[in-house]
Design a protein around this ligand. Structure first.
Ligand SMILES: [Fe+2]
Ligand SMILES: [Fe+2]
Length: 335
């Protein structure tokens, strides 16, 4: 059983070929930070961004500075520990590699966007000091710390606690917080701004789409083996959690758009988050809660891209990453 505690290391006969296939798919999706060029972004930050847009970017960078580390932390402490499938552990191993690439990408981003050392330090401390970003981190810690002591999933209550953690990170953190931030980036890309950040986000967007797919596949397998756990009370609790995540993301939105960014509004962002939340609830096998439409046309194309051309594009786009070595970070760099 997928949540039992007697460690299964057997790959033949394969019990969860769907996870193994996801692992194989994820291996086609490898890139490196060498291909990202932030030099044009730097010019845009200096000459083209309005003060309002610059504030939005400062908030985004501060969120990105630590977010993937949090996801990686939960992956190792909880997903890897409790999903008893060697096939899923292979997938999670690749996901951990992806998350480290994302961490490295945002390290490069912070270094390029924030030349001042003290401001840079502040960006990395944002999850403790900037209220709208701290709230997001606190939301993650709430669902992570609550299962710190959980070693065995030997009761239904404990199994449900783990399922809530899994759903929190898949549907709310990777599935909602990240997608909210991607929407700001693509809004700016739509205005021809920050091409380096847009390129990095393209690759990370595809990775996150697959991470969510993997976690949702795990939830589906758990649901199949323990259908009684997925009762009306769990669904109601998960919908409350998703609503809480939307509120937290909206507080971030109010802060990030505090000075007004032409073409973006908290109302539109709320609609977009509700639209994404409904997608996540559907993936989880729950009914939709909001019935909102996607108000951002620039995100419609983005949604389709990974579905149509995801792995074929990779061959031309990602393998180039191995050929150049711009923007490399070394341990000797003084930050
Ligand atoms: Fe990530
Ligand atoms: Fe991820």
């Amino acid at each position: 059983m997928i949540l039992s505690s007697n460690l299964d290391l057997t790959l033949r006969p394969m019990k969860y070929p769907q996870f193994f296939q996801l692992y194989k798919n994820s291996l086609k999706n490898i890139w490196t930070t060498d291909e990202i060029d932030f030099s044009v972004d730097f010019e845009h930050l200096r000459d083209r961004l309005s003060p309002q847009e610059a504030h939005l970017i400062r908030r985004l960078v501060a969120f990105f500075a630590t977010a993937d580390n949090l996801v990686a932390h939960n992956l190792v402490l909880n997903f890897y520990k409790h999903i008893n499938s060697p096939e899923m552990r292979m997938f999670l191993g690749k996901q951990l590699f992806d998350e480290m690439l994302h961490v490295e990408t945002y390290l490069l981003l912070v270094d390029n966007y924030i030349p001042d050392h003290e401001e840079r330090q502040a960006a990395f401390d944002a999850y403790q000091n900037i209220p709208s970003i701290k709230q997001k981190a606190d939301f993650c810690f709430k669902y992570m710390d609550s299962i710190n002591e959980l070693n065995n999933l030997d009761t239904d209550d404990r199994k449900r606690q783990f399922i809530e953690n899994l759903i929190c990170f898949a549907a709310c953190v990777e599935g909602l917080f990240f997608f909210g931030s991607f929407a700001y980036v693509y809004f700016l890309r739509n205005k021809g701004l920050l091409p380096g950040l847009a390129t990095a986000t393209n690759w990370i967007f595809r990775d996150e789409t697959l991470h969510i797919e993997g976690a949702m596949a795990a939830v589906a397998a758990i649901r199949k083996e323990y259908p009684h756990l997925f009762d009306a009370a769990l669904e109601a609790r998960m919908k409350l959690m998703v609503e809480e995540a939307i509120q937290v993301e909206m507080n971030f939105c109010q802060d990030a758009l505090n000075f007004g960014v032409s073409g973006l509004s908290p109302k539109l962002m709320r609609e977009y988050l509700e639209y994404v939340a409904d997608q996540r609830l559907t993936q989880l096998g729950f009914s939709k809660a909001y019935l909102s439409k996607n108000p951002f046309s620039f995100m419609v194309l983005q949604d389709l891209q990974p579905l149509t051309n995801f792995f074929e594009k990779r061959v031309t786009e990602y393998q180039k990453g191995f050929e150049s070595s711009r923007n490399s970070v070394t341990f000797n760099d003084e930050f």
